[in-house]
Ligand binder design. Structure first.
Ligand code: NCD
Ligand code: ZN
Ligand code: ZN
Ligand code: ZN
Length: 436
């Protein structure tokens, strides 16, 4: 019996070694990896000579912005950006308009996402005003709950001790992680100067917020996933409390590759929360990746319109696009010898799958979902103008990269091929991605 698709003569990575092999795909799954000459017959063949065949990245921190914020991004443009960036699964954050707080909110997103998808899309929910009202009907279709103590999804909520404990009880009850944006600053604070702004969102506030949630976890249990760790001091706190799946953490490329020093903060180009920190903080994040204190790297793709970014710093929107730069930047580290293949594959593929329970994803091996990217080694510069995302302003503009995803396959379907989308919307990818 012939298989559906053969990716022939590509460079695959096993452990820290590369080998020239072929990957067979059948019925949306990886059928096997074969030595040259011993491949099964196939209905279609893609020649991959000199190209890497790698698992697609799983980006578990993405703001796709549909429904009412679709001038910033929507499920189509966001997942096209993902495919162009080698990302085959994204998980959408609940700070949308409307926020994802009920089964009805979630159903509206799922319907829209199913119609527009180019890759797999999973979802998180927020926690309602009364945590005991958490809509348990969402549970089968979400991968976790997300909280923003400095900017709650519902008005007039504050992250008191009882609320933090209630959030962790939800996590304990349903066995999914509570994702935390650690920031102890007051939601009502209105900084009037850059100094006040950076003081408000300081490393001290990042650490203090996480410390409070860890105390709550100590009392009631549950799992914590720390979003976008940005400070050396936060890395140390995570390290002290590390315990397998009950505490996991992520870092973002902008905090790894950039520091505040390089920017004059005249407009919103580099405005992001948490803010860009010092070169020392950035280097401690890299160390944390090597020690597995940081489990995963995610983009925190947070698109805004050009008008919202090109404003004086204090007035500009916070957030930058990242779906099209995360994989090329990290692969550049690998190809230039600063990050190992094992570290890359763990941070971008296998560890996100493990943390969020996507057991069929994140590994290029027999039986896993055929979510694959094919990568060419060639040098270019990051150019926001060429992004597929609606958001085209990036503080990483001009940075050299030596890897480019050239083809992206989702569930065995070729979606993206050399800059072109070769299927329509709603054809490839699963929505919602569920725990398996
Ligand atoms: C995010 C956004 O725009 O939704 N902004 C940001 O600066 N990171 C929110 C967030 O992830 O905290
Ligand atoms: Zn955040
Ligand atoms: Zn403690
Ligand atoms: Zn975010």
């Amino acid at each position: 019996m012939a298989v559906d698709l053969l990716l022939k003569n590509g460079k695959t990575v096993i452990g820290d070694k590369t080998a020239t092999q072929s990957v067979a795909i059948n019925a949306g799954k990886i059928e096997g990896i074969y030595k040259i000459g011993s491949e099964p017959a196939s209905r279609e063949v893609i020649e991959c000579e000199n190209l890497y065949i790698l698992p697609g990245a799983i980006d578990t921190h993405v703001h796709l912005r549909d429904l009412k914020l679709s001038e910033k991004e929507d499920f189509a443009t966001g997942t096209m950006a993902a495919a162009a960036g080698g990302v085959t699964t994204v998980v959408d954050m609940p700070n949308s308009d409307p926020p994802t707080l009920s089964r009805a909110d979630l159903d509206e997103k799922i319907a829209e996402a199913q119609a527009k998808r180019f890759v797999n899309i999973g979802f998180y929910a927020g926690v309602p005003k009364k945590p005991s009202d958490f809509d348990h009907e969402m549970v089968p279709d979400i991968l976790g709950a997300k909280v923003y103590p400095h900017s709650p999804l519902v008005k007039r909520v504050s992250y008191t001790k009882p609320r933090m404990e209630a959030c962790l009880k939800i996590s304990a009850e349903y066995g999914f992680p509570l994702l935390i944006h650690p920031d102890a600053s007051s939601p009502s604070a209105m900084p009037e100067s850059l100094d006040e702004y950076f003081h408000l969102h300081s490393c001290e506030n990042e650490v203090e917020s996480l410390r409070r949630f860890l105390d709550a976890q100590n009392k009631v249990g549950g799992r914590i996933h720390v979003c976008h760790v940005s400070c050396a001091s936060t890395v140390r706190l995570v390290e002290e409390h590390r315990a397998e799946e009950s505490l996991t953490a992520e870092a973002c490329p902008h905090h790894l590759f950039l520091s505040g020093d390089g920017f004059e903060n005249i407009d919103g180009t580099a405005k992001i929360l948490p803010p860009l920190r010092s070169p020392y903080d950035a280097s401690s994040l890299w160390d944390a990746i090597r020690r597995c204190t940081i489990d995963i790297v995610v983009s925190d793709h947070a698109p805004h319109t050009e008008q919202e970014k090109h404003l004086p710093f204090l007035e500009a929107a916070s957030g930058i696009p990242g779906l099209e730069t995360t994989v090329p930047l990290l692969l550049t580290e690998v190809l230039q010898g600063r990050l190992s293949w094992v570290e890359y594959l763990r941070c971008c593929c296998s560890a996100p799958a493990r943390i969020f329970g996507l057991n069929d994803k994140g590994v290029l091996a027999r039986g896993y979902d055929a979510d694959i990217m094919i990568v060419s080694v060639e040098e270019s510069g990051i150019s926001g103008e060429s992004f597929v995302s609606k958001a085209k302003i990036t503080p990483l503009e001009g940075r050299r990269i030596v890897a480019r995803p050239v083809k992206t396959i989702v569930g065995g379907v070729l979606v993206y091929d050399e800059g072109k989308f070769v299927v329509g919307r709603g054809v490839a990818g699963r929505v919602p991605v569920r725990k398996t």
